[in-house]
Design a protein around this ligand. Sequence first.
Ligand SMILES: *[C@@H]1O[C@H](CO)[C@@H](O)[C@H](O)[C@H]1NC(C)=O
Ligand SMILES: *[C@@H]1O[C@H](CO)[C@@H](O)[C@H](O)[C@H]1NC(C)=O
Ligand SMILES: *[C@@H]1O[C@H](CO)[C@@H](O)[C@H](O)[C@H]1NC(C)=O
Length: 388
Amino acid sequence: MLYPALFVFSVVGLLINSGSLPASSEPRVKDAQLRGQYCMQQNIIPRQSSDLFSHDDITFVTQASLNHAPLLRRHARLWDGPISATFFIDSILKVPKTISLLQLLHGCDEAIARTTSIHIFYPPSSNGSCFWSPHIVADNCDRQSIEDADFVFSTLAKPSQTQPYPINIARNFARKGAITKYLLTADIELLPNPGFVDKVRPLLASELRNKTVLVVPSFEIAAGLSELPANKSALYALARKGKAFAFHHFRSGMCHQMPNMEKWWISGDGGQSRVFARVPWIRPCWEPIFVSQADVPYYDERFKGYGKNKIQQVYELCRDNYRFAILDNVFVVHEKISILSKEEWAKIRPAISRNNDIFQRFRRELDSKYPNARVRQYCDAIQTVLAL
Ligand SMILES: *[C@@H]1O[C@H](CO)[C@@H](O)[C@H](O)[C@H]1NC(C)=O
Ligand SMILES: *[C@@H]1O[C@H](CO)[C@@H](O)[C@H](O)[C@H]1NC(C)=O
Ligand SMILES: *[C@@H]1O[C@H](CO)[C@@H](O)[C@H](O)[C@H]1NC(C)=O
């Protein structure tokens, strides 16, 4: 339980941490930096314990629009490592309220407070300023306040104006907020199976050398199940009942399908993870989710909105000669089977076409960074099938 006085204290503490003004003067947050188009504010709400995790842990690196912020409660219970989460706020006018709600979410949930550091970014006001004045809406952790806050998150998420979601800026900013040597970067809607970090930890030091990433099979499961599948056999039982599929199975076909799934399902279950198979980039549009060292290429921030925003990084891994080692016994699930309607496809078509153009430029820009012609031919051959 967080008492009102403590909550106010945490707001004040935040201001003291981020600026030199005494608490009594007009509160300002000075450490938001205008970088390019956005005001970036790292660790606006830091995790409470700084010594709970080691450098050798895996940070769950995630970003989300505000309506998904309450999902942090699930992650903080499932993920046995630190979490670094970025939220995009599409108008500076929403910043004070959003921060007070994020503080309620963080301060009222011991698991989130312990594990999660939160970062935000937002467009500056019209005079280029990142300034905002604090606004305190909620001051206690009773159930009603928390439910109200969850509702307000969804209203704050409604776009103020149509602008494509700067997804790769969000991903990179969350990643810069991670302090560990290893990362798992995934959308907030993808929930890991329990004990993930412990199952994978013994593999990290030996497998992640030599330009390898550890691929985490990703799935979507029917909405409204009473519990998440905790292990592969529970997940397989769902798959056989038509209640679990590869992630985005009905949306982008093979983009998340693992090779040799028939074997993966029946290989040893429970216990530690191990490498199930080692493959190069195998298929057009294959965009696996993976655990990596913190030195993999960043996402290209020109990609905004739907289309190519993730595949561009995987393509770069291919050009950089990375190998993909597929993990056993660990996975992530999306709790809804996602199908886009014709109208929804029509809405994202402009973003797809814009991002396709950016991708063609991006691809050629890599030629000087990775001049190996043989590798380029291989990666392009895979990529070209997609363009047909
Ligand atoms: C910019 O605008 C904000 C309000 O949006 C105001 O508080 C601030 O003083 C302005 N800054 C400058 C440098 O004009
Ligand atoms: C990593 O690469 C080096 C040099 O290419 C090689 O000697 C070593 O065996 C490789 N290690 C692993 C774990 O593959
Ligand atoms: C897998 O999880 C289910 C519950 O979801 C449990 O009943 C079963 O014992 C678990 N199997 C193994 C091998 O851990």
